[in-house]
Design a protein around this ligand. Sequence first.
Ligand code: HEC
Length: 264
Amino acid sequence: MLRKVSLLAAALVLVAGPAFAASEAKKPADIAFSYEGPFGAYDQAQLQRGYKVYREVCAACHSMNMLSFRNLADRGGPFYDPKYKNANDNPYAKAIAAEAQIDDLDSETGDPIKRAGTPADRFPAPYPNAIAAKAGNGGALPPDLSLMAKARSGGPEYIAALLAGYKDAPAGTAVPPGLNYNPYFPGGLIAMAAPLAPDKVTFDDGTKSTVKQQATDVAAFLMWAAEPKLEERKQMGAGVLVFLVLFSGLLYASYRRVWRNESH
Ligand code: HEC
């Protein structure tokens, strides 16, 4: 009997252990993003605000290696304009790219040079390599954000909660130097200091620039970056559904016709 009980207890610990470990971090609040649901689409104004937050705040530490400036002007992107089918011609993509200084080689001397960016260039990384990135951040590596919204459980909701979730550590929790308390980060101690503050970014569309707004907008931008074809995929899904309904109707009609004069 005792043996059975202890076996049961052991099994319980095995099953419940990971669940307890996972529930340690605070659960992010749900956000009703515009792209959710079967017909959801990205909110272009929100993506523009989110890009501005990334550009003016996050880009100081985080690369987005998988993005080129032209992607900003792709269909569904923050600066998409149907007038410019080729994203490379989009004036916003051109202007944003031109502000960046890109490493290149002088085509005659082979010397390393900096030149203005073009829409075809990738987003430049803030650090030349991972060692420099760590050295600049007290030994912690700021991860690339290209796919971050897909890489973390909770996705954009987690990112928004994390960015807006910094607070004083509860009594009894020691925060070592170089770390910051954040209940949404697994373990509660994160090397990234709170990057956002009220009015840190001025939104061109007049939206009030609270920490929550900045966090939500940059989370939506990162979701778009990780899944730029979301809208097309949803539209395709809706199209397939319409087709299936019509096709079922057609099948039924032909079934009726074929069996019209037969007794069942
Ligand atoms: C001053 C540098 C700095 C800035 C600015 C910064 N970060 Fe970070 N970030 C870091 C570092 C360092 C880490 C690694 C933290 C760790 O592992 O403890 C990190 C980690 C992260 C993570 C991963 C958290 C996880 O679950 O592992 C996300 C997401 C993130 N940052 C998003 C952002 C966003 C979005 C912005 C802009 C609003 C931003 N960061 C601005 C330095 C920075």
